[in-house]
Write a protein of this length. Structure first.
Length: 259
């Protein structure tokens, strides 16, 4: 069985946190040997660190999601910097812009995003980018930040091929979730086909985005990243085993995790 790496799963989310041991056991049975626990605010970031702390196969992020930008406390950068200094933290994220929901005012989103990019640059940390209906502004702020774009991951990519090409031209890595398996996402599969081997990642974004053929599953889990890998293997005309090996190696390198 190939070893899979789910690079983005919200294990601290209430729908998963209450049954962590069972979720991780199912992941292991599906060949998912490593996971990164995502975060969207300071509380999430602390919970992700707590989950990762005593588990050899789990790492974590720390960041303020654009939805939470309006509620970022006064000293959030100092708090994030402290969390990011922990050995199990591998990146600042997920951070960025979301103009689909606009749960936070756009000026607040842009301000908090730019500030966190500055923190990532200062600390030499990779970045996990969330962008939805905001690609132009996200790309512009990334360029202005001066951050090394080769250490930025476009997470849960839903962009069309033209924007994926722009992201690749900037140097970003691109991660695909269960959305790439949906019946009506042919454009996204076309985008996945053009990502170079060394910049491709896979994720579940669980408990969201359950993939085909388990799309009716209300709570997605890391085990289901195997379906994402199978879909991408078909799109890229390779085997599931080769796809798993490739994406795991990429995750280890991009996030600076020892193999």
């Amino acid at each position: 069985m190939p070893e899979l790496f789910d690079t983005h799963c919200h294990l601290a989310h209430g729908r998963l946190r209450q049954r962590t041991d069972d979720v991780l056991a199912r992941a292991a049975a599906a060949g998912v040997t490593r996971m990164i626990c995502a975060a969207g605010d300071l509380t999430d970031s602390k919970a992700a660190l707590s989950l990762a702390g005593d588990r050899d196969n789990l790492w974590c992020l720390a960041g303020i999601h654009p939805h939470a930008a309006k509620d970022a406390p006064e000293h959030y950068l100092a708090a994030l910097g402290q969390l990011a200094g922990e050995c199990k933290n591998v990146a600042i994220g997920e951070i960025g812009l979301d103009y689909h929901y606009d749960f936070s005012p756009r000026d607040a989103q842009r301000r908090v995003f730019a500030a966190q990019l500055g923190l990532a640059r200062e600390l030499g940390k990779p970045v996990v980018l969330h962008t939805r209906e905001a690609f132009d502004d996200s790309a512009g702020i990334l360029r202005e930040s001066g951050i090394d774009a080769s250490r930025v991951v476009l997470h849960c990519c839903t962009e069309p091929p033209a924007n994926v090409r722009r992201a690749l031209d900037m140097g970003l890595a691109v991660s695909f979730s269960g959305i790439v398996t949906f019946k009506r996402t042919d454009d996204l599969r076309a985008a996945a086909a053009i990502v170079p081997d060394d910049r491709l990642l896979i994720e579940t974004d669980s408990p969201y985005c359950s993939p085909e053929p388990v799309r009716k599953m209300q709570t997605n889990e890391p085990a289901n990243v195997a379906h994402v890998a199978s879909c991408l293997a078909a799109v890229r005309h390779t085997s599931a085993e080769a796809l798993a090996e490739l994406t795991t190696a990429n995750a280890l390198r991009i996030f600076g995790i020892a193999g």
